[in-house]
Design a protein around this ligand. Structure first.
Ligand code: SAH
Length: 266
């Protein structure tokens, strides 16, 4: 059988808007020493590998310089290897402040937005008292990166993902981190996860038109929720909800851009 000819040009339409192409096209007629130097640059992203800790420390320094002051969150970001959760072709961009595609039309969120949401959670009443996010419900496991951070910051984490291939991939990626306090669930996160409720913390990585009632019902008194929500103007905003003994108190924060919260499983 004749081998199939490679299909050119390579389509880059699965690369998220704003993300760069993983590699510049190589020119076959270039002098060998130039091409070799280029290949070395591309195959060994600077600082990744043995000293990926140094690259992460720089990412954390940048977040600090932008005004993020929540020490537990900064420490968790310094600890969890984000490059482990992105596609091999995008590893060089893993510590840039950008969302990256993880397949199935979904993205791993931008580190600064993840950091901001986690810091908002830490400012909640029970997290401040406890110095931990306690029992956490995450909606939208995606790559599993944020779930890994939550595993460091909370006592128990239930993370729900509706797309089975992403759920399974996250399970594989999280295995080497051996976080016994992390449980991944394949299901519709709009229903929350009743068996482990109530939660001290609820965080969603996908935004809908309204906050599902189950999320509000599954919050313990003193709990805090952070989630993107479609605002009146059509764009998304970050919502914070605190459950008191008698009520749910809402605050609207900055504009954000998350993938949609969808119903059902896939
Ligand atoms: N926290 C993730 C970001 C993933 S993007 C990370 O660190 O990589 C948001 C995810 O929410 C997507 O994987 C999407 O499939 C998922 N999602 C959307 N609607 C959902 C729902 N109803 N229940 C569970 N997951 C949902």
């Amino acid at each position: 059988m004749k081998p199939r000819a490679p299909r050119f040009p390579i389509r880059l339409d699965r690369v998220a808007p704003g993300a760069q192409a993983p590699m510049a096209p190589q020119r076959p007629q270039r002098p060998v020493h130039e091409a070799a130097a280029d290949a070395r640059r591309h195959s060994a992203p600077s600082g990744l590998g043995l000293d990926s800790g140094a690259v992460r420390a720089r990412m954390v320094q940048r977040l600090r310089a932008q005004g993020l002051r929540c020490e537990p969150v900064l420490q968790a970001l310094e600890q969890v290897p984000r490059h482990h959760f992105v596609d091999a072709a995008l590893v060089a961009q893993a510590y840039e402040d950008t969302a990256l595609p993880i397949g199935h039309g979904q993205t791993i969120s931008k580190p600064s937005v993840v950091a901001r949401m986690l810091a908002l959670l830490f400012e909640g009443q029970s997290a401040r008292q406890r110095g931990s996010l306690g029992r956490v419900l995450e909606i939208g496991t995606g790559s599993g990166y944020q779930a890994a951070l939550l595993g460091v910051l909370g006592t128990q984490v239930i993370s729900v993902e509706r797309l089975r291939p992403l759920h399974e991939r996250a399970r594989e990626l999280l295995q080497p981190l051996r976080r016994a306090n992390l449980r991944l669930v394949w299901g519709d996160g709009r229903l929350g996860h009743g068996p482990n409720a109530p939660y001290d913390t609820v965080i969603a990585a996908a935004g809908g038109e309204a906050l599902p009632q189950s999320w509000l019902d599954q919050m313990a008194p003193g709990a805090r929720l952070v989630a993107p929500l479609h605002g009146a103007g059509g764009g998304q905003v970050l919502m914070v909800v605190d459950r008191t003994e008698t009520d749910w108190v809402r605050q609207v924060h900055e504009a954000v851009h998350f993938v949609p919260l969808k119903s059902g499983i896939g």
